[in-house]
Design a binder for this molecule. Structure first.
Ligand SMILES: N[C@@H](CCC(=O)N[C@@H](CS)C(=O)NCC(=O)O)C(=O)O
Length: 261
């Protein structure tokens, strides 16, 4: 049986679950122990030296990184195809994925650091949330341009381009920053109606209750959140440099280091 190491709130894991569901591939899910604490088991570190979900266990192999996993799924289970047919359209949806994985996710992650982990409060939180709102509006306009007059980001049928956007938009909606009325929000409603997307959004919603109280766990030093790549950049440019400094001083943020040999 295929196994997916995941967290229901991870948009990267959601991409993979939607792809597997769309292809009708059976799998079971599991959450790594103490995810987010910085304490990774040797087995998890061996499966993914970055200590991140998703990881797909299949054919005696562990595959990490949502994009690489999606490529694998498309190669291993070609039907129905999730990538569009033409090279130009494939490049187009991959670029949409890249922007969502990096720029878009950095913003919703930052909003979670504020709302759930209480890294910033008062005026600083408002400044950072205002920053997020502005950047999301620009990204939503960009996405709307990418959608154009297509019914789906992928083209005529739902596919890669859509499953790579839906989890991130759902995240922004969760933080009260949905796309305004128009083609993008209409598209999201259609996407969310698909059983594959609905199932992953439902699992995310069900796991939200577990987020209550995580701020105290961070404050107690039991959680070391991963500050990396675009997330770290966003934190700094949105006005959260002191959040990073505070996290370093309290030792409740971490960076990924090189894998052990
Ligand atoms: N580029 C990776 C990013 C995966 C990632 O950032 N996963 C986060 C959850 S959204 C994670 O597992 N973080 C580990 C941690 O916070 O301990 C992918 O596309 O799979």
């Amino acid at each position: 049986m295929i196994e997916l190491l995941e967290h229901p709130l991870s948009p990267y894991a959601q991409k993979v679950k939607i792809a597997l569901d769309e292809k009708g591939v059976a799998y079971q899910v599991r959450m790594p122990e103490a995810i987010g604490s910085g304490q990774m088991s040797d087995a998890f570190r061996l499966a993914n030296p970055r200590g991140e979900v998703p990881v797909l266990f299949v054919d005696q192999q562990a595959i990490f990184d949502s994009t690489i996993i999606l490529e694998f799924i498309e190669d291993r289970f070609p039907e129905p195809a999730l990538l569009p047919a033409s090279p130009a359209d494939r490049a187009r949806v991959r670029m949409i994925e890249e922007l969502c994985d990096t720029h878009y996710e950095a913003i919703t992650w930052g909003l979670s650091e504020i709302a759930n982990f209480r890294r910033a409060t008062g005026e600083q939180a408002e400044t950072m949330q205002g920053h997020a709102r502005e950047e999301l509006a620009r990204l939503h306009a960009w996405l709307e341009g990418q959608l154009g007059d297509r019914p789906w980001f992928n083209g005529d049928a739902f596919g890669w381009g859509d499953l790579c956007v839906a989890p991130f938009i759902a995240g922004a909606i969760g933080f009260g920053m949905p796309p305004g009325p128009g083609p993008l929000s209409d598209w999201f409603r259609r996407a969310a109606d698909r059983p594959s997307v609905a199932a992953s959004l439902q699992a995310a919603k069900a796991s939200l209750a577990a987020m209550a109280g995580v701020a105290q766990i961070v404050e107690a030093g039991l959680f070391k959140r991963q500050y990396r790549d675009h997330r770290l950049e966003w934190m700094i440019r949105a006005g959260g440099l002191s959040v990073v400094q505070d996290g370093l001083a309290k030792d409740n943020i971490r960076f990924n280091s090189a894998p052990r040999g």
